[in-house]
Design a protein around this ligand. Structure first.
Ligand code: SAM
Length: 317
Protein backbone atom coordinates (compact mmCIF):
# COMPACT_ATOMS: atom_id res chain seq x y z
CA UNK A 1 0.00 0.00 0.00
CA UNK A 2 1.37 3.42 -0.93
CA UNK A 3 1.16 5.73 2.06
CA UNK A 4 0.01 8.95 0.44
CA UNK A 5 -2.67 10.30 2.78
CA UNK A 6 -2.01 12.62 5.74
CA UNK A 7 -4.65 13.67 8.26
CA UNK A 8 -3.72 16.84 10.07
CA UNK A 9 -5.48 17.75 13.30
CA UNK A 10 -5.19 21.53 13.51
CA UNK A 11 -6.64 21.89 17.02
CA UNK A 12 -7.94 19.83 19.91
CA UNK A 13 -10.58 22.50 20.63
CA UNK A 14 -14.16 21.84 19.56
CA UNK A 15 -17.44 23.75 19.64
CA UNK A 16 -19.45 20.54 20.27
CA UNK A 17 -19.26 17.88 22.97
CA UNK A 18 -20.28 14.71 21.14
CA UNK A 19 -20.69 12.08 23.83
CA UNK A 20 -18.66 9.43 21.97
CA UNK A 21 -15.86 11.77 20.96
CA UNK A 22 -15.36 14.80 23.17
CA UNK A 23 -17.50 14.27 26.20
CA UNK A 24 -18.18 17.06 28.64
CA UNK A 25 -16.63 16.60 32.06
CA UNK A 26 -13.09 17.38 31.35
CA UNK A 27 -10.86 16.96 28.38
CA UNK A 28 -7.49 18.34 29.31
CA UNK A 29 -6.68 20.79 26.56
CA UNK A 30 -3.25 21.00 25.00
CA UNK A 31 -1.32 24.14 25.99
CA UNK A 32 -1.55 26.68 23.17
CA UNK A 33 2.23 26.93 22.92
CA UNK A 34 2.36 23.18 22.24
CA UNK A 35 -0.06 23.40 19.32
CA UNK A 36 1.60 23.54 15.93
CA UNK A 37 1.59 26.99 14.34
CA UNK A 38 0.40 27.26 10.73
CA UNK A 39 3.97 27.80 9.48
CA UNK A 40 4.96 24.58 11.24
CA UNK A 41 2.05 22.62 9.77
CA UNK A 42 2.88 23.96 6.32
CA UNK A 43 6.56 23.08 6.79
CA UNK A 44 5.74 19.50 7.84
CA UNK A 45 3.18 18.98 5.05
CA UNK A 46 5.63 20.36 2.46
CA UNK A 47 8.24 17.84 3.53
CA UNK A 48 5.67 15.03 3.73
CA UNK A 49 4.73 15.90 0.14
CA UNK A 50 8.35 15.32 -0.87
CA UNK A 51 8.02 11.89 0.77
CA UNK A 52 4.97 10.99 -1.35
CA UNK A 53 1.94 12.41 0.47
CA UNK A 54 -0.65 13.45 -2.15
CA UNK A 55 -3.82 13.82 -0.13
CA UNK A 56 -4.29 15.96 2.99
CA UNK A 57 -7.32 16.15 5.26
CA UNK A 58 -7.64 18.84 7.91
CA UNK A 59 -9.50 17.79 11.03
CA UNK A 60 -9.60 18.48 14.77
CA UNK A 61 -11.12 19.05 17.33
CA UNK A 62 -13.13 21.29 15.11
CA UNK A 63 -10.91 22.75 12.38
CA UNK A 64 -13.25 25.70 11.74
CA UNK A 65 -12.81 27.03 15.28
CA UNK A 66 -9.12 27.62 14.60
CA UNK A 67 -8.82 31.24 13.60
CA UNK A 68 -7.61 31.99 10.08
CA UNK A 69 -8.02 28.36 9.01
CA UNK A 70 -8.69 29.67 5.50
CA UNK A 71 -5.10 30.97 5.39
CA UNK A 72 -3.76 27.51 6.13
CA UNK A 73 -5.97 26.02 3.42
CA UNK A 74 -4.68 28.58 0.95
CA UNK A 75 -1.04 27.81 1.81
CA UNK A 76 -1.50 24.05 1.59
CA UNK A 77 -3.48 24.34 -1.65
CA UNK A 78 -0.39 26.00 -3.13
CA UNK A 79 1.69 22.82 -2.68
CA UNK A 80 1.78 21.37 -6.18
CA UNK A 81 2.27 17.77 -5.00
CA UNK A 82 -0.97 17.83 -2.99
CA UNK A 83 -3.65 16.57 -5.35
CA UNK A 84 -6.50 16.49 -2.87
CA UNK A 85 -7.09 18.85 0.03
CA UNK A 86 -10.12 18.11 2.18
CA UNK A 87 -11.54 18.95 5.60
CA UNK A 88 -13.75 17.23 8.16
CA UNK A 89 -16.05 19.50 10.17
CA UNK A 90 -19.18 19.33 12.28
CA UNK A 91 -20.57 21.96 9.89
CA UNK A 92 -21.74 24.37 12.59
CA UNK A 93 -19.57 27.24 11.29
CA UNK A 94 -19.54 26.10 7.69
CA UNK A 95 -22.24 28.32 6.28
CA UNK A 96 -20.03 31.39 6.94
CA UNK A 97 -16.79 29.75 5.79
CA UNK A 98 -17.63 27.39 2.92
CA UNK A 99 -17.20 29.90 0.11
CA UNK A 100 -13.90 31.24 1.46
CA UNK A 101 -12.62 27.69 1.92
CA UNK A 102 -13.58 26.81 -1.64
CA UNK A 103 -11.92 29.96 -2.98
CA UNK A 104 -8.81 29.20 -0.93
CA UNK A 105 -8.46 25.88 -2.75
CA UNK A 106 -10.25 23.31 -0.58
CA UNK A 107 -11.45 20.50 -2.85
CA UNK A 108 -14.15 18.83 -0.81
CA UNK A 109 -15.60 18.41 2.64
CA UNK A 110 -16.90 15.83 5.11
CA UNK A 111 -19.57 16.98 7.55
CA UNK A 112 -20.36 15.00 10.69
CA UNK A 113 -24.06 14.88 11.57
CA UNK A 114 -25.40 11.96 13.61
CA UNK A 115 -29.03 12.98 13.74
CA UNK A 116 -31.60 14.88 11.70
CA UNK A 117 -33.79 15.44 14.74
CA UNK A 118 -33.23 18.52 16.86
CA UNK A 119 -33.46 17.00 20.36
CA UNK A 120 -31.45 13.90 19.53
CA UNK A 121 -28.76 16.06 17.85
CA UNK A 122 -28.62 18.11 21.04
CA UNK A 123 -28.42 14.98 23.21
CA UNK A 124 -25.44 13.75 21.20
CA UNK A 125 -23.53 17.00 20.73
CA UNK A 126 -24.58 18.98 23.82
CA UNK A 127 -25.69 21.91 21.63
CA UNK A 128 -28.86 22.95 19.82
CA UNK A 129 -27.00 23.41 16.56
CA UNK A 130 -28.65 21.07 14.07
CA UNK A 131 -30.01 23.99 12.07
CA UNK A 132 -26.53 25.46 11.59
CA UNK A 133 -25.03 22.10 10.64
CA UNK A 134 -27.77 21.61 8.02
CA UNK A 135 -27.19 25.12 6.67
CA UNK A 136 -23.51 24.16 6.43
CA UNK A 137 -24.38 21.10 4.35
CA UNK A 138 -26.51 23.16 1.95
CA UNK A 139 -23.84 25.84 1.64
CA UNK A 140 -21.17 23.21 0.90
CA UNK A 141 -23.41 21.89 -1.90
CA UNK A 142 -24.02 25.44 -3.20
CA UNK A 143 -20.31 26.21 -3.49
CA UNK A 144 -19.53 22.74 -4.88
CA UNK A 145 -17.21 21.42 -2.20
CA UNK A 146 -18.12 18.17 -3.86
CA UNK A 147 -18.67 15.36 -3.30
CA UNK A 148 -20.09 16.41 0.06
CA UNK A 149 -19.84 13.50 2.48
CA UNK A 150 -21.89 13.18 5.66
CA UNK A 151 -20.26 11.19 8.47
CA UNK A 152 -22.64 9.43 10.87
CA UNK A 153 -21.76 7.35 13.91
CA UNK A 154 -24.61 5.19 15.20
CA UNK A 155 -24.80 3.96 18.79
CA UNK A 156 -27.67 1.85 20.11
CA UNK A 157 -29.80 3.73 22.63
CA UNK A 158 -28.41 7.03 21.43
CA UNK A 159 -29.33 7.49 17.78
CA UNK A 160 -30.15 4.14 16.16
CA UNK A 161 -33.62 5.57 15.41
CA UNK A 162 -31.80 8.01 13.10
CA UNK A 163 -30.56 5.39 10.61
CA UNK A 164 -33.56 5.81 8.29
CA UNK A 165 -33.73 9.65 8.50
CA UNK A 166 -29.97 9.87 7.81
CA UNK A 167 -30.27 7.45 4.90
CA UNK A 168 -33.13 9.64 3.64
CA UNK A 169 -30.62 12.49 3.30
CA UNK A 170 -28.90 10.47 0.56
CA UNK A 171 -32.23 10.23 -1.27
CA UNK A 172 -33.01 13.94 -1.04
CA UNK A 173 -29.55 15.45 -1.54
CA UNK A 174 -26.56 14.65 -3.77
CA UNK A 175 -24.43 13.70 -0.77
CA UNK A 176 -22.61 10.55 0.32
CA UNK A 177 -24.04 9.53 3.71
CA UNK A 178 -21.41 7.33 5.36
CA UNK A 179 -22.09 5.24 8.42
CA UNK A 180 -18.89 4.92 10.45
CA UNK A 181 -18.78 2.13 13.00
CA UNK A 182 -18.36 3.49 16.49
CA UNK A 183 -14.92 2.84 17.88
CA UNK A 184 -14.48 2.71 21.66
CA UNK A 185 -11.93 5.17 22.94
CA UNK A 186 -10.28 5.79 26.28
CA UNK A 187 -12.96 8.41 27.04
CA UNK A 188 -16.11 6.61 26.01
CA UNK A 189 -16.52 2.87 26.07
CA UNK A 190 -20.04 1.65 25.48
CA UNK A 191 -20.93 -1.93 26.40
CA UNK A 192 -20.37 -4.27 23.46
CA UNK A 193 -24.15 -4.72 23.16
CA UNK A 194 -24.52 -1.07 22.18
CA UNK A 195 -22.43 -1.48 19.08
CA UNK A 196 -24.32 -1.31 15.78
CA UNK A 197 -22.41 -2.89 12.91
CA UNK A 198 -22.46 -1.77 9.28
CA UNK A 199 -24.29 -4.94 8.30
CA UNK A 200 -27.01 -4.27 10.89
CA UNK A 201 -27.38 -0.70 9.57
CA UNK A 202 -27.51 -1.97 6.01
CA UNK A 203 -30.24 -4.47 6.91
CA UNK A 204 -32.33 -1.72 8.51
CA UNK A 205 -31.99 0.49 5.41
CA UNK A 206 -32.76 -2.41 3.06
CA UNK A 207 -35.85 -3.35 5.06
CA UNK A 208 -37.14 0.17 4.39
CA UNK A 209 -35.88 0.82 0.85
CA UNK A 210 -35.16 -2.57 -0.73
CA UNK A 211 -31.79 -3.88 -1.78
CA UNK A 212 -29.05 -1.28 -2.12
CA UNK A 213 -27.26 -1.26 -5.44
CA UNK A 214 -23.51 -1.57 -5.26
CA UNK A 215 -21.29 1.27 -6.43
CA UNK A 216 -17.99 0.05 -5.03
CA UNK A 217 -17.71 -3.14 -3.08
CA UNK A 218 -13.97 -3.02 -2.50
CA UNK A 219 -12.19 -0.60 -0.25
CA UNK A 220 -9.07 -0.19 -2.33
CA UNK A 221 -9.60 3.59 -2.46
CA UNK A 222 -10.24 4.10 1.24
CA UNK A 223 -12.19 2.33 3.92
CA UNK A 224 -15.75 3.02 2.69
CA UNK A 225 -17.87 0.67 0.61
CA UNK A 226 -20.46 2.58 -1.44
CA UNK A 227 -24.06 1.77 -2.29
CA UNK A 228 -27.16 3.54 -3.48
CA UNK A 229 -30.84 3.49 -2.68
CA UNK A 230 -32.91 3.18 -5.85
CA UNK A 231 -33.45 6.62 -7.47
CA UNK A 232 -31.53 8.43 -4.74
CA UNK A 233 -29.69 11.68 -5.47
CA UNK A 234 -26.72 10.55 -3.40
CA UNK A 235 -25.06 7.43 -2.03
CA UNK A 236 -24.71 5.43 1.18
CA UNK A 237 -21.31 4.31 2.47
CA UNK A 238 -20.20 1.99 5.24
CA UNK A 239 -16.92 2.30 7.09
CA UNK A 240 -16.52 -0.83 9.13
CA UNK A 241 -13.51 -0.23 11.30
CA UNK A 242 -14.66 -2.67 13.95
CA UNK A 243 -16.44 -5.47 12.18
CA UNK A 244 -13.76 -5.76 9.50
CA UNK A 245 -10.04 -5.10 9.46
CA UNK A 246 -8.77 -2.89 6.66
CA UNK A 247 -5.20 -2.38 7.90
CA UNK A 248 -3.78 -3.89 4.70
CA UNK A 249 -5.59 -1.14 2.75
CA UNK A 250 -4.75 1.71 5.13
CA UNK A 251 -2.77 4.45 3.39
CA UNK A 252 -3.09 7.13 6.09
CA UNK A 253 -0.80 8.68 8.58
CA UNK A 254 -1.84 11.22 11.22
CA UNK A 255 -0.32 14.44 12.52
CA UNK A 256 -1.78 15.58 15.85
CA UNK A 257 -2.27 19.23 16.73
CA UNK A 258 0.62 19.02 19.20
CA UNK A 259 2.98 17.74 16.57
CA UNK A 260 3.02 13.97 16.98
CA UNK A 261 2.94 11.64 14.00
CA UNK A 262 0.83 8.55 14.47
CA UNK A 263 1.37 5.81 11.88
CA UNK A 264 -1.66 3.84 13.14
CA UNK A 265 -4.82 4.98 14.93
CA UNK A 266 -4.87 1.81 17.00
CA UNK A 267 -1.25 1.87 18.08
CA UNK A 268 0.11 3.99 20.90
CA UNK A 269 3.29 4.58 18.89
CA UNK A 270 3.91 8.19 17.94
CA UNK A 271 6.82 10.29 16.80
CA UNK A 272 7.63 13.82 17.88
CA UNK A 273 8.05 15.84 14.69
CA UNK A 274 7.50 19.12 16.53
CA UNK A 275 10.70 18.71 18.51
CA UNK A 276 12.64 18.17 15.32
CA UNK A 277 11.11 21.23 13.64
CA UNK A 278 11.44 23.47 16.69
CA UNK A 279 15.10 22.60 17.17
CA UNK A 280 15.76 23.79 13.63
CA UNK A 281 16.45 20.44 11.95
CA UNK A 282 17.48 20.71 8.30
CA UNK A 283 14.95 19.63 5.66
CA UNK A 284 17.08 16.60 4.75
CA UNK A 285 17.02 15.37 8.33
CA UNK A 286 13.25 15.80 8.60
CA UNK A 287 12.70 14.07 5.26
CA UNK A 288 14.79 11.13 6.44
CA UNK A 289 12.74 10.98 9.63
CA UNK A 290 9.42 11.09 7.73
CA UNK A 291 10.59 8.45 5.28
CA UNK A 292 11.37 6.19 8.24
CA UNK A 293 7.89 6.70 9.71
CA UNK A 294 6.27 5.95 6.35
CA UNK A 295 8.37 2.79 5.97
CA UNK A 296 7.33 1.71 9.43
CA UNK A 297 3.68 2.39 8.61
CA UNK A 298 3.94 -0.14 5.80
CA UNK A 299 4.59 -2.81 8.40
CA UNK A 300 1.21 -2.24 10.10
CA UNK A 301 -0.61 -4.91 8.17
CA UNK A 302 -2.80 -6.05 11.02
CA UNK A 303 -4.33 -4.58 14.15
CA UNK A 304 -1.68 -4.06 16.80
CA UNK A 305 -4.07 -3.48 19.67
CA UNK A 306 -7.65 -4.17 20.60
CA UNK A 307 -7.77 -1.43 23.22
CA UNK A 308 -8.03 2.07 21.82
CA UNK A 309 -6.24 4.23 24.29
CA UNK A 310 -6.72 7.45 22.43
CA UNK A 311 -8.96 10.47 22.47
CA UNK A 312 -10.63 10.88 19.09
CA UNK A 313 -10.92 14.62 19.62
CA UNK A 314 -7.13 14.87 19.83
CA UNK A 315 -6.41 12.78 16.78
CA UNK A 316 -9.29 13.78 14.55
CA UNK A 317 -10.77 10.48 13.42
N1 SAM B 1 -15.00 18.19 14.56
C1 SAM B 1 -14.90 17.54 13.29
C2 SAM B 1 -16.13 16.70 13.02
O1 SAM B 1 -17.02 16.65 13.87
O2 SAM B 1 -16.20 16.11 11.96
C3 SAM B 1 -13.65 16.76 13.04
C4 SAM B 1 -13.12 15.89 14.15
S1 SAM B 1 -14.08 14.45 14.49
C5 SAM B 1 -13.02 13.65 15.69
C6 SAM B 1 -13.83 13.50 13.02
C7 SAM B 1 -14.73 12.30 12.86
O3 SAM B 1 -14.45 11.34 13.84
C8 SAM B 1 -16.22 12.63 12.96
O4 SAM B 1 -16.87 12.21 11.81
C9 SAM B 1 -16.66 11.82 14.16
O5 SAM B 1 -17.98 11.35 14.02
C10 SAM B 1 -15.66 10.68 14.16
N2 SAM B 1 -15.54 10.06 15.47
C11 SAM B 1 -15.28 10.67 16.63
N3 SAM B 1 -15.27 9.78 17.65
C12 SAM B 1 -15.52 8.58 17.10
C13 SAM B 1 -15.64 7.26 17.63
N4 SAM B 1 -15.48 7.01 18.92
N5 SAM B 1 -15.89 6.25 16.76
C14 SAM B 1 -16.05 6.50 15.44
N6 SAM B 1 -15.94 7.73 14.88
C15 SAM B 1 -15.69 8.75 15.70
Amino acid sequence: MTVDYLRVSVTDRCNLRCVYCYPSGGCKLIERTEILRFEEIYHIVRLFAICGIRKVRLTGGEPLVRSNIVNLVEKLAGLKEIEELTLTTNGVLLEQKAEELKNAGLHRINISVDSTERQSYKDITGFDNLKNAMKGIHKALDVALAPVKINCVIIKGLNSSQIIPLAQMSIDLPVAVRFIEYCPTSRYTKPAGDFVSSSQIRRIIEREHGQLSTISATNRNGPALHFKINNAAGTIGFISGRSTVFCHNCNRIRLTSDGMIKPCLYSSKHYNIKRLIRTGAADEEVIQFLTGVIEEKNQYTKLTSSVNEFDMQRIGG
